[in-house]
Every structure is written in C-alpha cells, then in structure tokens.
Design a protein around this ligand. Structure first.
Ligand code: GLV
Length: 395
C-alpha cells in the first residue's frame, strides 16, 4: 500500500479499495450529518498553547484505561460490519491493536465472532454489547464474552432504535451484499477486496447467525434493529447486565451531564462521551463540546472516555486536556483496514501515535499522564456557551 501520512490519506485509499456500500456505511452520519461533521469541526476550533525551551527528552505516551496499561490512551472502537471493510477485518484489527498495545473492542454487529477474535489474539479484548429483545441470546452473548476472557464489557446505550442513514438505504446495505448488477460492478472493480472475501467463510454477522433464534435474514440493518433491539432498555437493565457480566463495565453513549451522574450511580467503571459518531441523534452537540461539562459534573468520580471526530493525535491530546482518560477511534482504523488490512490498521495507529507525541512535546509536556487543560489556549466551553438555550440547561 502507498505510504499514508494522514488518516485522510488512508480514507482516500480505502475509498478506492472498499465497495461503496461498506465505505459509505463507515463514512456516514444520520439525516443531515450535521453532528457527524461537528464532531470533527469542533476539534479544529480548540487551539493549543505553544511552549518553548522545555526539555523534550524521554517522552512517554503510556497510560491506563480502566486500569489496563496502554501504550497510548487510544482504543479501537466497536464498529459494525468491520469484516466487510476487509476480509476477516475484526481479527486483523484485533491483532494490530494487540501488537501496538492498545485495546480492541469487538462489536456485537461484527462479521468475525467473539470466538474468531479470541482464536487469533493472546491478550484480552473488550466486547461491546447490544441488548436484543431475546434475553436468552443476550445472556448467552455475555457468557460467550466471559468465556473468551474479554476484560471489559462496553454497553451501548444510544442505539435501541436506528438513526436513519440515507446512504445505507440508498446503497441497500447488507452483509453479504446482494448480487445485483450494481453491486457486482462495484465489487468487480475492486479485485483485491473480492479475492480476500472469497477466501474467507466469514461474510455475515458471526455473533448472531446461528446463535439468535429466528434470525435468518440480516440483510437490512434498519429492519433488523427495529425487530430485534430492545426499545425498553433502561437503567434497571444495566444492573442485571452488570451482575451477569461481573467484570469491568463501560457505558457508551453518554452526552449529557445528568446521564453521566446516572451512569456513575449504576456502578459503571467508565463512560464513553459519545453521540455514536453522529450516526444516531443528528442535531446533538459534538462529543468534544460536551466533554468539559460532563467533566465538571463528574470530576474524578468516574473515568471518562470519548469518541467521535478523532482524526489525528492532536484531537486525542485535546480530548485528554479536557478530562478524558482515553479515547476511542472508529473510522480512522476502519479506513486503515480498508486501505491495507492489518498493515493499514498499524499505519493508522502509527500516524496517531506520531502526531500525539510531537504535539505533546511542542505543548511542553513529556508524559501523557500530565496533560491537562493548561495545554489549551481557547476556553472550549465557549463552543457551547455561545448558545443561550444550552447555557440555561447547564446552569
Ligand atoms: C452500529 O453500531 C452503527 O452505528 O451502525
């Protein structure tokens, strides 16, 4: 694969290599995509403080997330259809993450199963849970994650009903893709993707097919979530899930200080400040603009993570400066995977690591664990506080 210098380079390569419906699945937000865009744009509005003549030797990016050592505080986010960006995508990404020393999170909606990923890794990975109406299936998924020795359960709170993504409907997203003339032509011009896909048996949702009762047709994500996901999911469910799991629990999809307080009361170990990458409630604020308010409300009472909009190591350091202990990247690693399989994921991580390291040094810090609000020039709360309605809600 050609040398990529930025995540945007990997995105351009992935667009050439991955069939349109799967590239678009990753590169979309719901409805107008305004929240998807503001996740990225709001990072660029936060300015860093340039410091000089500070000793830059012996820098370290090592830290911890939920008590686990990480070579940098960046985890791979749970993403659906990952094994459609590249054959065996979840297995390759998990291996790349393990070699790099960062956590990998497997999605319920993955193509490779929990057992597939466990079979090619040696260290524990994290598992993301969606709660379906079929409780036996959910209990079984939790038990399968335990049996695979996953070290954290990431419970997603913001997708009981699917935010409409126009591109997926227009493209007829399904796994495997339906063999229409349009899809055959689209795949035929991507022979590398096709060859790898022909060699693997993993072409549909590995955690679900053969495990969930009555699930034979997963072709439409929207009708499948509408039929299977549990729209009644509540804070009471968090309690039994936590008990059944019995290990570290991360709650994903917190965007409001009040929900962060409830998450803390539920006994979770960490929350991910997230709007699902702008894929659910379009019109919600960006994750990074809400982080300072959630940090103010929670202090150190719960570990905060963030996802949404991270496209560089600079974005990572801004999130850390605003109080996140770690971040999750979704699209950046998917672009790497689509561009070059395991090597592409490595490159995505390496790009972010380099940017993070050099930015930290130029901000006058040598240890990522000492990064705090002092490295920022702008007052990031102004991203939201300019808005009078939001201000009154937060007072
Ligand atoms: C699933 O998590 C999705 O956002 O498509």
């Amino acid at each position: 694969m050609p040398k990529a210098l930025t995540i945007a380079d990997l995105k351009a390569q992935a667009k050439r290599r991955v069939p349109t419906m799967f590239f678009d699945y990753a590169d979309s937000g719901s409805w107008t995509e305004s929240t998807y865009r503001s996740n990225e744009e709001d990072f660029s509005r936060i300015k860093l403080r340039q410091r000089v003549l500070v000793d830059m030797t012996g820098r370290s990016l090592e830290s911890t997330m939920i008590g686990e050592r990480v070579s940098m505080p960046v985890a791979l986010a749970p993403t659906g259809f990952t094994g459609m960006q590249h054959a065996d995508g979840e297995m390759l990404a998990a291996q790349a993450a393990e070699e790099f020393g960062v956590p990998f999170t497997l999605s319920t909606m993955s193509i490779c199963s929990i057992e597939d990923v466990a079979s090619v890794t040696t260290k524990p990975f994290w598992f993301q849970l969606y709660v379906m109406q079929d409780r036996d299936f959910v209990l079984n998924l939790i038990d399968r994650a335990k049996a695979a020795k996953c070290s954290a359960l990431v419970l997603t709170l913001d997708l009981q009903i699917l935010g409409q993504r126009h591109k997926d409907l227009r493209n007829g997203l399904s796994a495997p893709p339906k063999l229409t003339v349009k899809n055959i032509l689209d795949m035929a011009i991507r022979p590398r993707w096709c060859m790898a896909m022909l060699k693997t048996p993993r072409r549909t949702f590995g955690n679900i097919v053969g495990h969930a009762k009555g699930v034979n047709d997963l072709s439409s994500l929207s009708s499948w979530t509408a039929e299977q996901f549990d729209p009644r999911l509540s804070w009471d469910d968090v309690a039994w899930i936590k008990e059944r799991w019995g290990g570290k629990l991360i709650l994903k999809g917190i965007l409001d200080p009040e929900d962060a307080r409830l998450a803390r009361e539920s006994g979770a170990d960490a929350v991910i400040v997230s709007n699902h990458g702008g894929r659910q409630l379009d019109g919600a604020p960006s994750s990074i603009s809400m982080l300072p308010f959630i940090k103010d409300a929670m202090g150190d009472r719960i570990e905060l993570h963030l996802d949404g909009g991270i496209r560089s190591g600079q974005d990572v350091i801004k999130a850390l400066a605003l109080g996140a202990k770690g971040v999750f990247i979704g699209r950046p690693f998917l672009y790497g995977l689509g561009a070059g399989g395991k090597q592409g994921v490595r490159e995505a991580l390496e790009i972010i690591r380099k940017e993070l390291d050099i930015t930290m040094a130029l901000c006058g810090k040598r240890d990522i664990r000492n990064v705090d609000g002092s490295i920022l020039w702008t007052e990031p709360k102004s991203l939201i506080e300019d808005d009078q309605a939001a201000k009154s809600r937060l007072s």
